[in-house]
Write a protein that binds this ligand. Structure first.
Ligand code: DWN
Ligand code: SAH
Ligand code: ZN
Length: 405
């Protein structure tokens, strides 16, 4: 039994996904000796209900100079973050000389719109390569891990913030006690902290177990976020469901008593209670469903191989490291993975060592089947790759279950 990173309560493991690599470290062909592995397992805190990894990977191993993920690689995500920025400009950032800080700004996908509007902002991201790309877009960035010390320094040098925002980043940070002490120092008295991350309710509904990998340490719910916020002197005041990345929730947290919680908070809490989202039995059923998906996916891929079909994968996502390593997928079952990210191309997938090829490889010639690792971008990708299906190709999906499209 491990100890909860939030409340020190007992954490009971409910799913073991085995030995896993760093999900965003793509070795060069012939350069696989030094790969780092850890045990990927998830548990539920019996006390505060926070779902979390049982083992923590050192942050410097994951978020480095050459961190390959660029948020702007999807047109749907670019539109999502532009709309998010515009909403903030009309709501939280309307006072005199407003100031917004983004934790994990990556390549500036959200802050570029804030910068273009001439509003004072600062991104914080430890991955120097993507931070530099943000700077090229006119975004101000500090290459650093956001934590208490960083927040104190920002508050001292730039003043306090009206809004702190984090997308797909807070769930990456085990040390949330330090983050909340930092927020307390950095936010104005009525400032808010807004963050959005994959929602445990969706992960359970869709058996999207590939949301579990080294970088995703926490799997939030309204209940666990409410408990966490209270524990740190804050309060959950709003929730909003988002369709991106397979289903997320955007949480708004304020200082206790500073804002009136919306009806949406209660509604989501009641929904979670009714469906028993934090019950050990619910999570045990999820673990059974994960094993079934693995068995069905492996059976399908082995049958296609035995029939001589040509199968590739689409999108060398961080998520796919979990699928490939948990299911034992290698180059014998998947000829290559195609991906638009130059830093991933001509390298191998982490742990599973499937070659990564550029998008041109996909149509030259089209394969018989394509396993959609980037299933969260299905609409965008299927629209772009219409010719693949027109040529007789079929998509293989494993979310919410194994099926062909
Ligand atoms: O939380 C995280 C999310 C936001 O991004 C990070 N920990 C890491 C990363 O996770 P991911 O790699 O699973 O994210 P995506 O957005 O599902 O990755 C999509 C991948 O597919 C990228 O490598 C780009 C590629 N891609 C492509 O080849 N063609 C994407 C699109 C839209 C395309 O058309
Ligand atoms: N916000 C973007 C990026 C998500 S990827 C989006 O939604 O697409 C997660 C990002 O968090 C990476 O760029 C990583 O470098 C950054 N990150 C990880 N730990 C961090 C920390 N402690 N402080 C700030 N950024 C962090
Ligand atoms: Zn706990």
């Amino acid at each position: 039994m491990s100890t909860c990173r939030i409340c020190e309560g007992p954490v009971k493991e409910f799913l073991d996904l085995g030995r896993q690599p760093l999900s965003d470290a793509f070795p060069e062909p012939g350069g696989t000796e030094g790969e780092f592995f850890f045990r990927l397992a998830v548990g539920l805190c019996a006390s505060c209900t926070m779902v979390q990894l049982v083992e923590e990977v050192p942050r410097e191993k994951m978020f480095r100079e050459d961190y390959p993920y660029h948020s702007s690689g999807s047109s749907v995500m670019r539109a999502h973050f532009e709309a998010t920025a515009r909403r903030f400009l009309e709501t939280e950032l309307t006072g005199p000389d407003p100031f917004v800080v983004e934790i994990g700004c990556n390549d500036g996908v959200m802050l570029r719109t804030v910068s273009d509007a001439g509003v004072r902002h600062l991104g914080v991201d430890p991955s120097a390569g993507v931070a530099e790309v943000a700077r090229e877009k006119g975004v101000r960035v500090r290459t650093a891990f956001f934590e208490e010390a960083t927040a104190l320094d920002i508050a001292a040098t730039e003043g306090r913030a009206d809004l702190v925002y984090a997308a797909n980043t807070l769930c990456h940070i085990p040390y949330l006690d330090s983050i909340f002490r930092g927020l307390d120092a950095l936010l104005k008295p009525d400032g808010v902290f807004v963050f959005e991350d994959p929602y445990l309710g969706e992960i359970v509904d869709r058996t999207s177990f590939d949301q579990i990998y080294d970088e995703h340490f926490y799997f939030f719910t309204a209940r666990s976020v409410q408990a966490m916020a209270r524990g740190f002197g804050f309060e959950l005041v709003d929730v909003e469901r988002l369709p991106v990345h397979g289903g997320e929730v955007r949480y708004t947290v304020a200082r206790r008593g500073a804002r009136t919680p919306s009806d949406a908070v209660d509604a989501l809490l009641v929904e979670e209670e009714t469906r028993r989202l934090a019950d050990p039995a619910t999570l045990d059923r999820f673990a059974d469903a994960v094993a079934r998906t693995r068995d069905e996916l492996v059976a399908l891929l082995e049958r296609l191989r035995d029939e001589g079909r040509r199968v590739v994968a689409y999108g060398a996502t961080a998520k796919s490291a979990t699928v490939a390593n948990y299911c034992g997928l290698g180059p014998d079952l998947i000829a290559y993975v195609t991906d638009t990210t130059p830093a991933k191309q001509n390298r191998l997938t982490p742990g599973s060592h499937i070659p990564v090829r550029d998008p041109e490889a996909f149509s030259a010639p089209y394969p018989d089947y394509a396993l959609l690792f980037a299933w969260n971008h299905a609409e965008e990708i299927m629209a772009k790759e219409e010719d693949f299906r027109a040529a007789g190709g079929r998509w293989i999906l494993y979310v919410p279950d194994v099926h062909l499209v």
